[in-house]
Design a protein around this ligand. Structure first.
Ligand code: HGY
Ligand code: MN
Ligand code: MN
Ligand code: MN
Length: 415
């Protein structure tokens, strides 16, 4: 990569060092897990606030626990271009998913602190993108985008703690989380830098890529109910819920692969969970995605019919609950062009032939799209590995992403 800015390598080194520091704030000794409204969330908000202030931003924590920073534009009260991503993680996470976008944004804000932009420049570190603790997703960015649901205060984590009580413990007023909402008038655009979490950039030997759309996604909890019986029960009298769920899992894989959708089963729970008792109840989560809501829904229709057929064939009941639904999000053409110019400035191809790709992974941009045009820049990650400790990025790619984001923001300022 020939045309990096002079300060880019040092900025990239600072981003990687800060990512290492954030990684030390984990609720588990054996790896990274940092979830919403916990002491670890508090610790990384504090670090991010300090780095934002060092960069010249005014920093505050909003009513939903998102850490925000703002650089005023040429005048006060201007609408903002927001740069952001999330600081929470999945269990056993890597150190760059979400974190990279927040740290790169802080670097770019620091570079533009005296630029007298025709808009305010904000950095937002969202507190709950993954939904690890309470099972939903995008809680921080949905509050930011005005789509917080008051009933979410009643969500419970694996220990039975209500989100509202956790929020109070964290120092927030659970009744006011929704007041974190921004309005469309306050935002001009949202730009997010994120690791690709897939192998396509690496396979194409590209450092950076522009995101076209973010996949349509749905999350469901599926419960098969049969009869819990002694393991001495003859085969012909059994109604084994776990065998029904197991057959369903393999059918989901077969159907989704054949249709080019992405499906992942997890959070499997069995009752009673004993060695010598036939499971009467088996529950699992299903995360289903496709490039469009139409494609996702068509795949779901086939899966749902197959679940009914499996249940019928085994004398089971099947119940389905939807816990999350998001249509695909199309990234704004002018933001895609701004990122293309940014990539071109780093020497990673001409603007006309930058790599464009759709995001299978979900991102905070999906929520913010409700109130602002969004754009995303993907950064190559080794082997496409993510949601795993082996997640890693190259320093020169991080350097390029900082330059590309700065050029993109400057291009918006020049428009
Ligand atoms: O689920 C996702 O794709 C994101 O990592 N939250
Ligand atoms: Mn993630
Ligand atoms: Mn992420
Ligand atoms: Mn017995």
């Amino acid at each position: 990569m020939s045309s990096l800015s002079q300060g880019a390598p040092a900025a990239a080194a600072r981003v990687l060092a800060r990512a290492d520091e954030l990684a030390t704030h984990s609720s588990r000794p054996d790896g990274i897990e940092r979830v919403y409204l916990t002491p670890q969330h508090r610790a990384v908000n504090h670090l991010a606030a300090g780095w934002m202030r060092e960069a010249g931003l005014v920093s505050w924590e909003d009513a939903a626990g998102n850490q925000c920073g703002r650089l005023a534009g040429a005048e006060d009260g201007l609408p903002a271009v927001v740069l952001g991503s999330h600081l929470d993680t999945v269990p056993g996470a890597g150190r760059h998913d979400g974190i990279l976008g927040v740290l790169v944004a802080i670097e770019v804000a620091s570079r533009l602190r005296d630029a007298e932009l025709p808009f305010a420049l904000e950095v937002v570190a969202f507190g709950d993108e993954e939904g690890t603790r309470f099972g939903t997703t995008l809680l921080g960015s949905r509050a930011f985008a005005g789509s917080w649901q008051p009933e979410w205060a009643g969500l419970r984590d694996a220990d039975g703690i209500r989100l509202g009580d956790a929020a109070r413990e964290f120092g927030l007023d659970p009744q006011r989380i929704g007041s974190a909402a921004r309005t469309p008038e306050q935002l001009l655009a949202y730009l997010e830098v994120h690791i690709e979490q897939g192998p396509r950039l690496e396979q194409a030997d590209r450092a950076l890529g522009v995101v076209t759309t973010i996949a349509a996604a749905e999350r469901r909890m599926i419960t098969f109910t049969g009869e819990s019986r002694h393991c001495a029960t003859p085969w012909e009298l059994r109604h084994d819920a776990l065998l029904g769920a197991s057959e369903a899992n393999l059918a989901i894989e077969r159907i989704a692969r054949a249709r080019g959708s992405y499906a992942t089963v997890g959070r499997i729970q069995v009752e009673p969970d004993a060695v010598n008792v036939i499971p009467g109840v088996a529950t699992f989560s299903l995360d289903l995605r496709d490039e469009t809501a139409e494609g996702r829904d068509a795949t779901w229709d086939v899966i749902r019919d197959e679940l009914q057929s499996i249940a019928g064939g085994r004398g089971l009941d099947v119940a389905i609950g939807t816990t999350h639904e998001a249509p695909e999000v199309v990234c704004a053409p002018d933001l895609r062009a701004a990122f293309a110019a940014g990539i071109q400035s780093t020497g990673d191809g001409a603007a006309s032939d930058v790599m464009e790709l759709f995001s299978v992974a979900g991102h905070d941009a999906m929520a913010v799209a409700a109130i602002a045009p969004v754009g995303m820049l993907f950064v190559r990650c080794r082997g496409g590995i993510s949601h795993h400790a082996d997640e890693s990025v190259r320093a020169d790619d991080v350097a390029a992403s900082i330059d590309a984001l700065e050029v993109a923001v400057r291009q918006l300022a020049a428009e």
